[in-house]
Design a protein around this ligand. Sequence first.
Ligand SMILES: Cc1ncc(COP(=O)(O)O)c(C=O)c1O
Length: 459
Amino acid sequence: MPIPHTDVMPALDFDTLTTPHERDRPTADPLLPPVDELPASASQPEAVCRRVRDELMLDGNARLNLATFVTTWMEPQARELMAETAEKNLADRAEYPQITAMEERCVRMLARLWHAPRPAEVRGCSTTGSSEAAMLGGLALKRRWQDRRRAQGRDTERPNIVMGSNVQVGWKKFANYFEVEPRYVPMEPGRYHLTPDTLTAYCDDNTIGVVAVLGSTFDGSYEPVADICLALDGYQAATGTDIPVHVDGASGAMVAPFLDPGLMWDFQLERVASINTSGHKYGHVFPGLGWALWRDAEALPDDLVFEVDYLGGSSPSFTLNFSRPGAHVVAQYYSFLRYGFEGLRDLAARSRTTARALADRIAAIAPYELVTDGSELPAFAFRVAPGTEGLTVFDVSHAMRARGWHLPAYTFPAPCQDVSVLRVVVRTGFTAELAGMFVADLTEVTRRLHTDRLSPSLS
Ligand SMILES: Cc1ncc(COP(=O)(O)O)c(C=O)c1O
């Protein structure tokens, strides 16, 4: 029906002239709206949504975050699939058999990618990330050791796990939560991760396993998994004690298969019992996804696996969580099908090429020197050359923050606590243009903080 024309202005309704945002604003103190307690009543969805968005504006810009290994860019199609499957619970396997099938297919793909000699025998599951996967890997090692000891009629007290002091905090949590003594092989000046030379001095009959990291959170370097296994072969020959290896490939297990095909680090090494990775790192899925795989049923004792039937159907479950988003598994399946081996290799290669180029540029800026150069993980650490006056990595990190960059600065563990570094992680979405802007900002910040401080009259 046509709207009748009228010259008469309708009466102003001041209530509708104010935005919902303004109407919903609490009047008691407009500058301090209460957010620490549950509001007494409901508000309009648009108003609340705007308010939450306003708060989120104060968070950093994920693509300027050079600290995280976690995916911050996904294709619109992958985002759409995640949004379309946001309500699907991975635990409801009978209701969502297709997501379960996708999870199993991803496990098979990873088993082949990591050269499992008998892929059909591999046991695996998705997790919320590498930390949960590490807990599961560690638990399986512990249970296997306990079973072995019981079979020998021996006690199961005081298990220990051996790892470099550079392990990610997830392993420290595992040791703490599951009562396993952590034995950290310390770093040495110039050697910032686990190497085979001193490793076996930390092992004994109670060692449930050794954790080898591909690559290190501290500086992106790969630990020499094959040499670590070789050292443990020698230890077994000398003592009779067979110690399995778990590879923490949080980032590297989705980089090395594509870029370092000659590197021996995976199930090709018989001593490697299990591997974890983060689907949400170089697997190109937004945060919330990891994977844990065991070489075979022997590596994952049956008594750790639960059969669950109360949601209809029966399915094996070996995870710390029950309900979990199915959307992340869907996104992983998408990224595997979308990119394939070649596409994933291209993405990893781009990141590594950018990381290498960036490292070279930074090495040319005085007074920085590289600790690693981005030739393993697409990540590297650099420091202020020892003996430099008037500049610390913490000053640089702080000043870069003011330009929007999140460039973390931290100190290595003892006895290398005199080494403080800045770390750059390159991920898909960190374009050449961004890299150029980053170098320009770093150069300027360094000039301002260092050169100008040392010789103010020249500036
Ligand atoms: C080597 C390593 N292991 C484990 C983790 C923990 O991974 P997530 O964040 O997926 O739990 C990280 C995180 O950066 C890592 O670098």
